[in-house]
Design a protein around this ligand. Structure first.
Ligand SMILES: [Mn+2]
Length: 373
């Protein structure tokens, strides 16, 4: 039977020639003949069925690596794999639906009627852990935890620069661990981040060997039952509410932007060769804007702040299992670090687990406590 040129095959299958080239490179759909002179690719008409299957699976949002394995299976096995894949998609969609409904309630001011009048006095119970990991020679993560401020920074820049950057930024935030009126939370955080960025600028100006330093920052600042969140880079904050875990920060990374525009899926992001590349960080040079958010805290909420040494090493479902099942924050933080170490801890790993609890006794029971730096 006559072979089809890639143009004819593209037309018959509805795939673009660019897609055909990509699927060839990935071993998904290999031409039966490649002309050794011209490099032109030729397909057999019988390959049209596989091409259509690939197109349909792609339309479902299935990652290419999964398509490759599914499309090479005998049809009954492929059917079972596809059903299992779809179960996972529906579970993820259900979690996103919860978040969407929470956000709708929050934005329309109906979030559990938490108004200024009915607000309870809330306080936080937190635990913090940082571990150098098993591959690095320095710990470039810096962390601060006090009764009103929780912050994690993950420095970069090699040698001492990363450590200098993350520590300088945490130092610039430290004065916030005091009573800040709730209406001022975001201003105070925004101001502190500009001060931190200025500190990095001055450090490099006086010590050129530090050029190229930078750091991420994710911080929560409390006032009454309100909290402000500032975020830049790929450290993260998660919130646990009503038995669900929500990631409430968005990574400022190349791979996250590829996921957002639909070029790759979340599964592909996990193993992407450039998953470390940050689009925004504090570096004293580019004045990248941080994200700022405002939340109403509720008794029973739990927050996790983590450096990528945790969330890029330990699968989200394992992190969620600890957050949902280990009641004591100290134990939960210890368990999270242990999971990263079990997986070889290629990076420094830092986490803060903080529970929102109803205050009993004096409103400010404890002095700010510095756990680790
Ligand atoms: Mn890191």
């Amino acid at each position: 039977m006559a072979l089809l040129s890639s143009g004819e095959f593209a037309q018959a299958s509805g795939l673009s020639r660019k897609a055909l080239r990509l699927y060839d490179e990935l071993g998904l759909l290999t031409p039966v003949r490649v002309d050794p002179q011209s490099g032109y690719r030729f397909y057999a008409p019988a390959q049209l069925e596989l091409a259509r299957l690939v197109t349909w699976l792609r339309r479902l949002g299935m990652p290419l690596a999964t398509i490759r394995s599914v499309s090479s299976l005998p049809p009954p096995v492929a059917a079972a794999e596809l059903a299992a894949y779809w179960d996972r998609v529906e579970a993820e969609t259900a979690a996103r639906r919860e978040l969407a409904s929470f956000l709708v309630g929050y934005l329309s001011g109906k979030d559990h009627g938490m108004t200024a009048d009915t607000r309870e006095t809330l306080t936080i119970r937190y635990a913090v852990r940082s571990d150098i990991g098993l591959k690095r020679e320095d710990n470039e993560d810096a962390v601060y935890a006090g009764s009103r401020l929780l912050a994690i920074a993950d420095g970069m820049g090699g040698h001492v620069a990363g450590e200098v950057a993350s520590t300088a930024v945490i130092d610039a935030l430290r004065p916030l661990d005091t009573r800040v009126p709730s209406g001022e939370l975001l201003n105070a955080l925004g101001h502190a981040v500009r001060r931190a960025d200025g500190a990095l600028h001055d450090l490099v100006a006086t010590n050129p060997s530090l050029a190229g330093l930078g750091t991420t920052l994710t911080a929560l600042l409390w006032s009454g039952s309100r909290l402000g969140l500032v975020h830049i880079g790929d450290t993260r904050a998660y919130m646990v509410r009503a038995g669900e875990v929500f990631q409430i920060t968005r990574d400022h990374t190349l791979v996250q932007s590829l996921v957002d525009e639909g070029t790759i899926t979340q599964d592909e992001a996990w193993s992407h060769p450039q998953r470390m590349l940050l689009l925004r960080a504090l570096d004293g040079q580019h004045q990248h804007e941080p994200d700022l958010q405002f939340h109403e805290a509720q008794a029973g909420d739990r927050y996790l702040l983590s450096s990528d040494g945790l969330h890029a090493t330990v699968p989200a479902r394992d992190v969620a299992r600890v957050l949902l099942t280990v009641a004591d924050p100290e134990q939960a933080a210890a368990d999270l670090i242990a999971l990263a170490l079990d997986r070889g801890a290629p990076d420094n790993v830092t986490c803060i687990v903080a529970d929102i609890v109803t205050a009993s006794g004096p409103e400010d029971p404890e002095d700010p406590e510095e756990a680790l730096e």
